[in-house]
Design a protein around this ligand. Structure first.
Ligand code: AMP
Ligand code: GLY
Length: 423
């Protein structure tokens, strides 16, 4: 098969790496890709949001299967456009991707189909939003309705912080159009977990459990990021809880979306809060988590392409992927300053020493490869992923590998996996 992966993050490097190992993969492209991906796929200089050019490239190069990594091309309708011209695509339609793109629609959907989530209300008017906050008190959570690159959620510890957040989003246009409508919801106490289900629109298959660390600094402190590290499996989701999540959250969602005439195919990522009243949905994403995907892919023993194709071909009910019993842990190295302002263009050294190790995978996000050197080009730059029989050993190996990387302009958290390891 001739395959095109869309995206340029660590997630897309892990997907490209896993796909490239399949005997069915005859040619692999990635648009736009990055320095690391260029070692396993031919990178094509087309942005993930440039839908017209991606469709043209797919047709001109006889691509059989397109795998879409990030949410933006999904929300922009790349799946629909490619399916219209007869190409197989991994990832939901624009309609179904609304489950991530509009927090308000997602919450209304949960109410309609009785899916457990935080209590909420939606507002497009500032004074009414503030009135609601006055009635509910703090802590309280305020979310910009639309996509805001993972930054549109504010956990307000006081009522004054909540009023100020409403002003930033609704009056001052902090998130542009994405913030003109807000969702205000109950603050849920508990531990978070990432739940991934592969679906063909009718049946869903849970993948192994994972957790990520969203805060920038050690001890889960500091600003929210896309994710500074992740690990799998996690003890917080046992078999009983997995069944409960499938029954109360994933299955009603798949059935509900089909009933609403927007069947969901692809990867459904449920961000969960495990509360004292059971699992509740924080949010849906219409794609794999990053960096959770990096940790998942190194544990997958079956052919990744078979897994992705099962979602497109409608045979999720018949596949049984094999997973390594090893644990995997991934630590993100980011440019100093991320998730705020950071510099680009520094050289990363020492990676070649690690490339030959079987139990270490370095997945690249913001890098380019120029004249034999890797250059840092983004916020999150590398995911150092280690596998070992236990999570503790995987953690030790990941940090040992990092100590060999010479990149003074980068930083990373020193405590990825702490919660699971200290349990
Ligand atoms: P989201 O973009 O909706 O995943 O939110 C980002 C992060 O904010 C989540 O990973 C949680 O840590 C936190 N969060 C979102 N909603 C809530 C909530 N209702 N209660 C507590 N924490 C929340
Ligand atoms: N790791 C969180 C996300 O991908 O949204």
């Amino acid at each position: 098969m001739r395959i095109l992966v869309i995206g340029s993050g660590g997630r897309e490097h892990a997907l490209s790496w896993a796909i490239s190992k399949s005997p069915k993969c005859k040619k692999l492209y990635c648009a736009p890709g990055n320095g690391g991906i260029s070692q396993v796929a031919e990178c094509v200089n087309i942005a993930a949001e440039d839908i017209d050019s991606l469709v043209k490239f797919t047709l001109a190069n006889n691509i059989d299967f397109v795998v879409i990594g990030p949410e933006t091309p999904l929300v922009l309708g790349l799946t629909d456009r490619l399916e219209d011209v007869g190409v197989k695509v991994f990832g939901p339609s624009a309609k179904a991707a609304m489950i991530e793109a509009s927090k308000g629609l997602m919450k209304d959907f949960c109410t309609k189909f009785n899916i457990p989530t935080a209590e909420y209300s939606r507002f497009d008017e500032c004074d009414a939003a503030k009135e609601y906050i006055r009635g509910r008190g703090a802590p309280i959570v305020i979310k910009a309705d639309g996509l805001a690159a993972g930054k549109g959620v504010v956990i307000c510890r006081s009522q004054n912080e909540a009023y100020a957040t409403i002003d930033h989003m609704m009056k001052e246009g902090q998130f542009g159009a994405a913030g003109t409508t807000v969702v205000i919801e109950e603050f849920m106490e508990g531990e978070e977990a990432s739940f991934f289900a592969l679906t063909d629109g009718k049946n869903a298959l849970p993948l192994v459990s994972a957790q990520d660390h969203k805060a920038a600094f050690d001890g889960d402190q500091g600003p929210n990021t896309g994710g500074m590290g992740a690990y799998t499996p996690t003890t917080i989701i046992d078999t009983r809880l997995e069944k409960e999540v499938m029954k109360k959250i994933i299955k009603p969602t798949i059935e509900g979306l089909a009933a609403e005439n927007m069947p969901y195919k692809g990867l459904l990522y449920a961000g969960l809060m495990i509360t004292s009243n059971g699992p509740k949905l924080i949010e849906y994403n219409c794609r794999f988590g990053d960096p959770e995907c990096q940790a998942l892919m190194v544990r997958l023993k079956s052919d990744a392409l078979d897994l992705l194709l099962a979602s497109v071909d409608g045979c999720i009910a018949t596949i049984k992927p094999r997973w390594s019993t090893n644990s995997a842990l991934t630590v993100v190295m980011a440019a100093k300053g991320y998730p705020g302002i950071y510099e680009k263009g520094s050289v990363i050294k020492g990676l070649e020493k690690l490339e030959k190790s079987d139990d270490i995978n370095i997945f690249h996000a913001g890098t380019s490869y120029k004249n034999g050197e890797y250059i840092a080009e983004g916020g999150r730059v590398l995911s150092i992923t280690a596998t070992a029989p236990t999570l503790e050993e995987a953690q030790e190996k990941a940090y040992k590998a990092i100590s060999k990387i010479d990149w003074p302009q980068g930083f990373y958290r020193k405590d990825i996996g702490w919660r699971a390891i200290s349990r």
